[in-house]
Ligand binder design. Structure first.
Ligand code: ADP
Ligand code: ADP
Length: 243
């Protein structure tokens, strides 16, 4: 089945930059796709359209068969909940613990802001906290559950961010340069975790990377972008013979 179907997606930013030009793309539910391309190629814009963090200027987008191109309001929140998103910056709540950050993934997206005085534990019953622990175990850092998020290394913080996404029980994972600010060893760990989630849970994954070596080792399928266009769609072996 098709996790994501994009047809002739275009994105023109208000300043006139055309970041996506007629991008058509199908992500299957068993895909582990790595998107490569130089900085400015449009990788991030494409991911943000797929998650509907931004709205494409034209074209069509569907998520597991459901049209999402222009949904808004409650519908849009539902879409965001179904899509797990990982960023280069981990976007954790610094003063909360690791476990609390994972519980953030369990919050309904229309819940109010997390106030300083409001312990997240008061909102979450025990089984929710146990679920969060399971997510931490899947990324191998259950032992850090009660540490403050900002006390962790970059690699550990990205693992918390992945656990937070897992807690959301997403149907698809999108990762925008998840290893761009990590050292090589942490990068390897994060890519392995994403592969493992894909294999074990059968979740389709789309990762933007600018490291071609990581792309070739982890991408079952590789997409190449340049100047807002999709210029390559194949395996790493195909990539070897084209470049
Ligand atoms: P990549 O992720 O491949 O580096 P981006 O999607 O970030 O590419 O950027 C694609 C193009 O769109 C670039 O020319 C970039 O400068 C431009 N761009 C990205 N975000 C915005 C924005 N919010 N407003 C205007 N232009 C943007
Ligand atoms: P409390 O035990 O006061 O409910 P905790 O935050 O200590 O609050 O634990 C929340 C839940 O997570 C508990 O049900 C506990 O059994 C479970 N839990 C605690 N530590 C772990 C762990 N390392 N692995 C799995 N589950 C755990």
């Amino acid at each position: 089945a098709q996790a994501i179907q994009a047809t002739k997606l275009c994105k023109v930013y208000p300043n006139g930059t055309q970041a996506l030009k007629d991008v058509s793309l199908t992500i299957n539910d068993n895909d582990f796709v790595v998107v490569i391309g130089l900085s400015g190629a449009g990788k991030s814009t494409m991911l943000r359209c797929l998650n509907r963090l931004i709205r494409p200027t034209s074209g069509q987008l569907s998520l597991f068969g459901e049209e999402i191109t222009t949904v808004n309001g409650t519908k849009l929140k539902q879409v965001r909940r179904r899509v797990g998103m990982i960023f280069q910056q981990f976007n954790l709540v610094r003063r909360l613990t690791v476990l609390e950050n994972v519980l953030v993934g369990r919050l309904r997206f229309n819940a109010g802001p997390i106030n300083r005085g409001l312990s997240i534990f008061r909102i979450f019953p025990k089984h929710e906290r146990e679920f969060a622990f399971e997510c931490l175990k899947q990324v191998g850092i259950a032992d850090l559950a009660y540490r403050r998020a900002d006390a962790l290394s970059g690699g550990q913080q990205q693992r918390v961010a992945i656990a937070r996404s897992l807690a959301q029980e997403p149907e698809v994972f999108l990762a925008d340069e998840p290893i761009a600010s990590l050292d090589p060893r942490s990068s390897e760990t994060v890519m392995q975790i994403l592969s493992q989630i894909h294999e074990e849970k059968g979740i389709p994954v789309l990762v933007n990377l600018h490291h071609i070596d990581f792309a070739q080792r982890y991408g079952k399928r590789i997409l190449g972008m340049s100047k807002g266009e999709l210029i390559f769609d194949g395996t790493s072996r195909d990539l070897d013979t084209t470049t």
